[in-house]
Ligand binder design. Structure first.
Ligand code: DC
Length: 224
């Protein structure tokens, strides 16, 4: 039996993970947050005291990496590093920066490529990331490129941080977002870009409900 897959790519803060998770729920598919996998590798690099620019050092760490992904009873994806649940730790600000740098290393991408493809071979998935439609699952049944203006993404991120009781200022958040976009779009291997056959969904002027509705109609169109 062959399984179905929906690939959702786009920059940080476009609402990908929230929308992908909700879409997966509606379709009854497994939601795979690939950014969380990159973040877990980044956390391991950080904890080992390795410079993310040290390709040989990072590559050497991969062989002994005890990384696991599991789904809780609530259906939420959780990440484990050497048996420890690091699902919260990987969301820290400094891990985001490390993840962006570590994910530019070819050995890291090759290592995670197999992990991601295996998940899509074993079930119906909604997978989100940066290169799912272009590299990981070029044969995906549906491909969506989800984006929004950097300013809109910065405002959403700020709100999210405030709701978590963390303080930040708009200019810093915006600069971080643009910086990450630049790194993700300009790395030589598997850069963030829209696949030629991906439908574009720009959520700059849409709220969450409107975005989900637009996403659902794009997916339905493809599956019908
Ligand atoms: O989506 P996120 O912010 O959790 O992703 C963290 C970093 O991982 C991001 O800077 C880019 C990288 N990433 C990637 O290179 N390829 C993916 N498929 C997913 C994430």
């Amino acid at each position: 039996m062959s399984y179905k897959s929906v690939a959702i790519d786009g920059p940080a803060g476009a609402g990908k993970s929230t929308l992908a998770r909700k879409l997966a729920e509606k379709l009854g598919f497994l939601y795979v947050d690939t950014g969380a996998i990159y973040r877990t590798v980044a956390l391991a690099v950080l904890r080992a005291g390795i410079d993310p620019a040290d390709e040989a050092g990072v590559s050497a760490l991969l062989g002994g990496l005890d990384l696991k992904m599991a789904y809780g009873g609530d259906g939420v994806q959780r990440m484990y590093l050497a048996g420890e649940d690091v699902s919260t730790a990987i969301r820290e600000h400094r891990v985001s920066g490390f993840a962006s740098r570590v994910s530019a290393i070819p050995a890291v991408r090759a290592f995670l490529l197999d992990v991601q493809r295996k998940l899509a071979r074993e079930g119906n998935v909604v997978m989100d990331g940066r290169d799912i439609g272009t590299v990981v699952l070029p044969q995906a049944d549906v491909k969506i490129f989800l984006t929004a203006a950097p300013e809109a993404r910065a405002r959403r991120r700020l709100l999210e941080l405030e709701q978590r009781g963390q303080s930040a200022d708009y200019e810093t958040v915006l600069r971080d977002i643009k910086d990450r976009d630049y790194k993700d779009e300009h790395r030589p291997i598997a850069p963030l870009k829209r696949a030629a056959d991906a439908a574009l969904l720009d959520t700059t002027n849409l709220n969450l409900e409107q975005s989900l509705e637009a996403l659902l109609s794009l997916v339905k169109e493809k599956f019908e």
